[in-house]
Design a binder for this molecule. Structure first.
Ligand SMILES: [Zn+2]
Length: 222
């Protein structure tokens, strides 16, 4: 194990009680995982690994800054999936609708069970009427699908724009400050005698309770 460089505490001006915070934290923290029975979103019982963490009082005080949670993505694949499904359906629609529009009326009008009045010339009219009805029905369904696809696409675009804004704000206001604080945390030292932390280059003795504020703001007055 590499030993820490010998550093002088800015308060007591001694070296014997000074230790690197990352090391003190590790020594005061226990991490383990356990198998637990839980319920998934569909109500099925499942085995899952649950992470646990336990700290001594000192470990808890010296805990590194918590990583912020990023904004939730607006179901990218879900949105794209529906969009593609609708496009495919719309494309297939004429192919599916047109043949029955021709075949069904012909079969119907040639059926011998058809009343006499619909045979011959009336039968031809019937064929055209049923064919037209199926075609119009098909066109209405097609139109509805295209309209739905358009609505979903528009909603999806809006959600994505929203998400990009949130993501930008998250990176600027949460993620980067967190990364800076975490980097500073890795440079911290702790003096057990005075219960203070310090960054050697900044040579300021900071009460352990103010560690989090100091990590985010090097000029923080305490
Ligand atoms: Zn000290």
């Amino acid at each position: 194990m590499a030993s820490d460089p010998i550093l002088t505490c800015p308060r007591c001006k001694q070296t014997d009680q000074v230790q690197k915070v990352t090391r003190v934290y590790d020594a005061n923290t226990e991490e383990w995982s356990e198998e637990e029975l839980g319920m998934d979103v569909f109500g099925h019982i499942e085995d899952r690994q649950v992470q646990h963490e336990a700290h001594t009082k000192l470990g808890l005080k010296l805990k590194s800054p918590e990583e912020p949670t990023p904004p939730r993505h607006p179901g990218l694949w879900y949105g794209i999936g529906i969009f593609i499904a609708i496009i495919v359906l719309s494309g297939l629609c004429p192919v599916i609708v047109v043949p029955p529009a021709i075949v069904i009326p012909i079969v119907l009008s040639n059926s011998s069970s058809l009343p006499q009045v619909f045979r011959g010339q009336n039968g031809t009219i019937l064929t055209v009427v049923i064919g037209a009805a199926i075609l119009i029905g098909g066109l209405i369904v097609l139109g509805l699908l295209v309209w739905m696809g358009y609505r979903i696409k528009r909603r999806f675009n809006r959600d994505m724009a929203n998400y990009r804004d949130k993501q930008e704000a998250y990176e600027r206001d949460q993620l980067r400050p967190y990364q800076r604080a975490k980097e500073r945390w890795e440079q911290l030292y702790y003096c057990r005698r005075d219960d203070i932390v310090f960054i050697p280059a900044e040579n300021k003795a900071v009460p352990i309770e103010d560690m989090e504020k100091y990590l985010h703001d090097p000029y923080y007055k305490f």
